[in-house]
Design a protein around this ligand. Structure first.
Ligand code: NAD
Ligand code: UGA
Length: 468
């Protein structure tokens, strides 16, 4: 059996590496049009930072795992083609700002149709709107000149989280496969399931119809993000009442119907998918006339925006309503720990908000590349339909990047912790305090530091959803 995967990104790379590792008799080729990305996958400096990934890639690469830019050859030869291309939010035209942009998906489908000389199983790995399989099937059938070639489309959404991708792929809560309830559909589901059965027990492989699988992925992300917005909304109430959001989270999380995970209040959720997938869900609801359902889910995003804005306003008000020309150290720019990914990171909005008020921001992040930070903060393009720190113009000179947290904090008036990197917990905060301008503030946007100890040192500490 030969598998090809179109798209060598955060999903395509790690998922195919795991399949190759666990299925040594299957040849797996990951293809991409981005030459630099493929070159990086073929080197020991992989294009993404993910704990444990390099070891998995090194074991399988060259044996039965390959990375290539020759899309036509490998897709043409494959029995199963995974499509793991990006599906961002549309920025123009009908549905702009909400609907999923399926340009890359359709492009991939056209390539598959044009190079296929044998029948194939096409696997939707990308997160797509419900009913996409229908549209893709039409593109495939109408663009393939060989009438004997059959395409069976399956939906197999990916649930890995960045930073824990290898653990998630090694032992997923479930693998979801959606397909048609026809003879060929059932056969295709069985073929794909047999790949996963190399390391995942049958009871964890869920089979559904196509539309349920597509919609389950959007729903799962919406539910996860909703938990964060819910606890973040309560963090605001905690600050107003003297309750402690961590105590509230623990208290409700011990109810087995609620559960303890995903109840950490934060400066806001980020990442490439939560916002995009909820907007996609909102758009689908609107197109089928369910405005109330659309508004319900949209509120999850509005609450997230509110949380980021609230954080910035708290920093400003705590620092005597003026941060102009004050150095503020930002610890963490990635959207979560153990990744260098900054897509939709809350740090973008927070840094913009601080810089818009005149602060000199100095960012330290252990994994994010400098260029990425400049790119994320340097653009002048803002397309928000509601008030947000992002709408303020910023100056490039207001941002500095340091590769040393001590240096980032030296002469700063405040530190904002925006990512929950473990290393932030073990710094010498006495030395950091001694090097800062007094009064020295810490705004813990992740509630990871020892606040009592910091207060004993002399810091003025503001933590999310906690009494002063
Ligand atoms: P990504 O941007 O990191 O990777 C996509 C890759 O596809 C890019 O390298 C791009 O060059 C390539 N590509 C686009 N069109 C192509 C074409 N026609 N031929 C060959 N290559 C092409 O995206 P990602 O983060 O891996 O996400 C991919 C999909 O998976 C999205 O739909 C996303 O919603 C979903 N998803 C992402 C995550 C995550 O943690 N990032 C988790 C679950 C699901
Ligand atoms: C998320 C989902 O967890 C994955 O199941 C899904 O496959 C993926 O999106 C996707 O479709 O892209 P990811 O965004 O990589 O994964 O990371 P998460 O761990 O979900 O964190 C998302 C954001 O929420 C981060 O900014 C994180 O810091 C924040 N978060 C998470 C909180 O603020 N509080 C929490 O309790 C948990």
């Amino acid at each position: 059996m030969k598998i090809a995967c179109i798209g060598a990104g955060y999903v395509g790379g790690p998922t195919m590496a795991m399949i190759a590792l666990k299925c040594p008799e299957i040849e797996v080729v990951v293809v991409d049009i981005n030459e630099a990305r493929i070159a990086a996958w073929n080197s020991d400096k992989l294009p993404i930072y993910e704990p444990g990934l390099l070891e998995v890639v090194q074991e399988a690469r060259g044996r039965n795992l390959f990375f290539s830019t020759d899309v036509n050859k490998h897709v043409g030869e494959a029995d199963i083609v995974f499509v793991s291309v990006n599906t961002p939010t549309k920025t123009r035209g009908v549905g702009a700002g909400k609907a999923a942009d399926l340009t890359y998906w359709e492009g991939a489908a056209r390539v598959i149709a044009s190079v296929s000389k044998s029948s194939k199983i096409i696997v939707e790995k990308s997160t797509v709107p419900v009913k996409t399989a229908d549209a893709i099937e039409k593109v495939l059938r109408r663009n393939c000149s060989n009438p004997s070639v059959q395409f069976e489309i399956l939906s197999n959404p990916e649930f890995l989280a960045e930073g824990t991708a290898i653990e998630d792929l090694m032992a997923p809560d479930r693998v979801l496969i959606g397909g048609k309830d026809t003879e060929s559909g059932r056969a295709a589901i069985a073929t794909l399931a047999s790949v996963y059965e190399h390391w995942i027990t049958k009871d964890r492989i869920l089979c559904t119809n196509l539309w349920s699988a597509e919609l389950s992925k959007l729903t799962a992300n919406a539910f996860l993000a909703q938990r964060i917005s819910s606890v973040n909304s309560i963090s605001a109430l905690c600050e107003a009442t003297g309750a402690d959001v961590q105590q509230v989270s623990r208290s409700i999380g011990t109810d087995s119907r609620i559960g303890p995970k995903f109840l950490n209040a934060s400066v806001g959720f980020g990442g490439s998918c939560f916002q995009k997938d909820i907007l996609n869900l909102v758009y689908i609801c609107e197109t089928v006339g369910l405005q109330q359902v659309a508004d319900y889910w949209h509120q999850v995003i509005l609450m997230n925006d509110f949380q980021k804005q609230r954080f910035v306003e708290r920093v400003i008000s705590a620092m005597f309503n003026t941060i102009s020309k004050k150095k503020i150290a930002v610890f963490g720019f990635a959207f979560k720990k153990d990744t260098g990914d900054t897509r939709e990171t809350p740090a973008i909005d927070v840094c913009r908000g601080l810089m818009a008020d005149g602060a000199n921001v100095c960012v330290y992040d252990p994994e994010v590349e400098d260029n990425q930070i400049y790119q994320d903060l340097g653009t002048e393009k803002f397309e928000w339909d509601h008030p947000s720190p992002r709408s303020a113009p910023i100056s490039k000179t207001a941002i500095a990047i340091s590769h040393d947290p001590m240096e980032a904090a030296r002469d700063a008036h405040a530190i904002c912790v925006l990512t929950e990197w473990d290393q932030f917990k073990s710094y010498d905060y006495q030395a950091i305090y001694d090097s800062m301008v007094k009064p020295a503030f810490i705004f813990d946007g992740r509630n990871i530091l020892d606040h009592t100890k910091l207060r004993d040192i002399g810091f003025i500490v503001y933590a999310l959803g906690k009494p002063l």
